[in-house]
Structure formats: C-alpha cells, structure tokens
Design a protein around this ligand. Structure first.
Ligand SMILES: [Fe+2]
Ligand SMILES: [Fe+2]
Length: 430
C-alpha cells in the first residue's frame, strides 16, 4: 500500500479506474496528490470488498496484444517504477532529505492503515495470490548439488555466507514470493556494481585494462535492473520495511564484495555463481508451482517492452565457459508466465557468465575494445580494413625498424599534394 506514496511532487502517475484512465499530476507539495491517491485507493478497496476474488489484479485484461494486455495495478501504485520514469539529479543533501521525507510519510501511512485494519492480502503483490514453497526450492538445490557438487565443493568463505543468506530469505519472505524476488533482484545488482567499481579503479591506476569485462558486467547489471523494475511493477517493493532492509543490506553487501573482488576475483565470482544458481532454482520452482495462474495473468508493461525491444543479454564477446557466443534474444512476453520464464533464462545466463569469469584464461581474451582483436569475416569487417589491421599489428610486433617504416610512410603522405578540389568547384559553378 505504501507504494503509492512515492507518487510525490513532480511525478505523474497513471492508473485505471473502471472504464476510464486517470492521470494524477501531483502538486509541488504533494498534498493534493496524496488525498486524490487515497480516495482512489479507497474506491478500489471498497469495490474489491464487494466482489471478493474479483479484483482487477485477479482478472487479466483479455486484449490480445502484448502492451495493451499489460498488467495495470488497480491501486494508484507508484513505488520505484513510477519514480524512475522521471528522476532529477541534485546534491546529495537534497536527494537524501527527499528520500527521508518520502519514506517517513510511507511509514506514517502504513501505521495509519494498520490501525484501520486494511487487508494486506487484497493489495499487490498479495492480490496476485502467487506462492513459493521454500522447502521445494531447497530440494532443487540439493538435487543440483548431488549432480554437479557446485555447493559442496564451493570454498567455505562462499558457502557459509550463502547458506546464511538463503535461510534469511526463507525467514523474512515466507509466503511473499514477489517481495522476495524484488529483494533478490535489488541485492543481485550489487556484485556488478562492485566489479565495475574495482575495474574502474584498476583502469585509473593503469593496473588492468579490461573494458570488455566492464561492458559485460554492465550488461548484466542492466538486465538485473529490468528484473527489478518488473518486480516493482508487481508490487514487490510495496512495504517500506522491505525497502529499508533491501537497501541497507545492499550497501553492506556491495562493500563486502568490493573487498572480496580486490582480494580474489575468482572467489567473488564463485559467491555470485551460488546466488545466481539459487535465483534459477527459485524462479524454476515458482514457475512450476504457479503455472496456471501465471498464464492467466498479463505481464507488466515494462516486461512486455523490455523483452520486445531490448537485446536481453549482451555477452557476445565472451561467451560461456567454452568461450562460444551465447543466445541473446528472448521470446516475446504476453503473460506473466512468459515474463518469469525469460527472467529465469536470464538468470541461467548470469550463472554461465559467473562460471566463465572464474576461468582467467577466458577473461584474458577480453581487451579494452573488441576492435583490438583480429576480426573474422563473420564480423562484417571489410577485407581492406582487416588487412590494414593485420599490417598494423605486424608493425606493432617490430621495434625500431617498424617505427621507422611507419614514420617514413607518414612523412611521404604529408609531402604528397592533396587533390585539387578548387578547379572541380569552379567547373560545377554555373
Ligand atoms: Fe535477476
Ligand atoms: Fe541474476
């Protein structure tokens, strides 16, 4: 419920009332918006109370096209998704204060609603009535470990925090799968943030130049961001307490991973591999458990647009643990099942990447730019360009003689008169 409070000053929010669309343009103070939002919420809650089990979230929109079919929350649900449509940079003090006011208001309204006894299960994400069996997820992990030994063979420094994190998730998000996924996706971005930070630092120090690896990690982070936005659209961040927990634990996790990556990138990648495998198993169990329900619900607009327009995963240069390029496109999304299926496929890709990153021989193939490598005809590089690149690389292998040849060529080119364009211009004049 507290999600709609984020529809703060300067942000527009749209939702569907029975039979018509409404857009709220919040006033500078946000006060007018607040009262209008609350009125809309009460209308929705009353309608839902009259017809239990027939809320808009439970009834998928029956249009055939993807975007029109997108899930529209029945409440003026703002949250992160609405905010991220329009964010304004500013000094840290202003940004921090703005967030403090926003979250304080959310806490106050949450307390107010608790006193009024509002039924949480009728709001997103509870209204979607989706389930997740933690014991079944653990069983999947156990089976995977029996086959591959990925967990029992992991170093204790990865395994112990991993086990603690999994038990914590089971405890904190019992019977709340969407909130759990939102939390997981928030935390899942942290490894990529930390890898990027350390790689930037190494480039600044001139210790290591692996811009292609940075690009790969950015692609993964971009992908996780869209998973997060999808969970946000489903109401995963509706509770201020979940947001508080996720953001504060993420900061701690980020710094731990920075230190871990500085000490041993391999260890850090191994820990991320465990978490990504946990994500695959969790989404797999969720899809199995809720197949019929998910196929009846439309996907949020963000999922439809993202998988329709975006190359979901850019990892051409690196590939999997065998070094081959991997599939980058995803099937189009119409139902919520399609959206979660694509997310699960993305997570499998992250697993492959994390496994590949632990192989330094593979990482070594990456460079500061793909154009530093010899091009193959399949890359679409013109033959003369590739020949030039070969000559250049041959010259680079030589020493003084190569430099002299290069200097002679440049000097001769400088002495050569350029084409006389003046006479041509004169000819063209009437
Ligand atoms: Fe993810
Ligand atoms: Fe992931």
């Amino acid at each position: 419920m507290t999600g709609f409070i984020s529809t703060r000053a300067g942000v527009s929010s749209t939702w569907r009332e029975p039979g018509r669309w409404q857009t709220i343009r919040s006033s500078r103070s946000g006060g007018r918006c607040y009262f209008r939002c609350r009125r809309q919420f009460h209308l929705w809650a009353r309608r839902d109370a009259k017809a239990p089990g027939k809320s808009a979230a439970r009834e998928p929109v029956s249009n055939s096209t993807g975007e029109a079919n997108a899930l529209k929350p029945p409440v003026p649900y703002g949250s992160m998704l609405e905010r991220e449509r329009k964010e304004r940079p500013g000094s840290a003090g202003i940004l921090g204060l703005r967030n403090f006011v926003r979250e304080s208001r959310a806490i106050a309204l949450d307390l107010y609603d608790k006193l009024r006894g509002i039924d949480e299960s009728r709001r997103l994400p509870g209204a979607l009535a989706l389930t997740l069996d933690d014991a079944a997820v653990n069983e999947r992990e156990k089976r995977r470990d029996e086959l591959t030994g990925y967990l029992s063979n992991a170093p204790w420094i990865s395994r112990v925090p991993y086990e603690i994190a999994c038990r914590f998730l089971d405890w904190a998000f019992t019977d709340r799968p969407i909130a759990r996924f939102w939390f997981l996706e928030t935390v899942a971005r942290m490894p990529y943030f930390s890898y990027l930070s350390v790689l930037h630092l190494y480039e600044t120090f001139n210790w290591l130049h692996l811009a292609e690896l940075r690009r790969t990690h950015f692609a993964e982070e971009w992908n996780e961001l869209h998973h997060l936005l999808i969970m946000s659209a489903l109401g995963g961040d509706a509770k201020w307490s979940d947001r508080f927990l996720a953001y504060h634990l993420s900061i701690i996790y980020y710094w731990l991973l920075v230190v871990m990556y500085i000490v041993s990138p391999r260890l850090s990648y191994n820990f991320s591999e465990l978490l990504e495998k946990h994500a695959v198993d969790t989404y797999e169990q969720f899809l199995t458990e809720n197949e019929h329900r998910l196929k009846a619900l439309p996907a949020p607009a963000i999922a439809v647009r993202y998988y329709a327009n975006e190359v979901a995963y850019t990892f051409q240069a690196f590939g999997d643990e065998n070094g081959s390029a991997v599939e980058t496109s995803r099937p189009p999304v119409q139902t919520l099942y399609d959206a979660f299926l694509n997310i699960r496929l993305d997570e499998e890709e992250h697993v492959r990447t994390m496994e590949a990153c632990q192989n330094y021989d593979l990482v070594e193939r990456l460079t500061s730019s793909p154009y530093l490598r010899e091009q193959s005809p399949e890359d679409g590089v013109p033959a003369h360009a590739d020949k030039h690149a070969e000559e250049s690389s041959a010259d680079q292998t030589g020493s003084r003689a190569a430099w002299n040849r290069w200097a002679d060529a440049v000097n001769q080119a400088g002495r050569r008169p350029g084409p006389d364009t003046r006479s041509e211009d004169a000819d063209q004049k009437p």
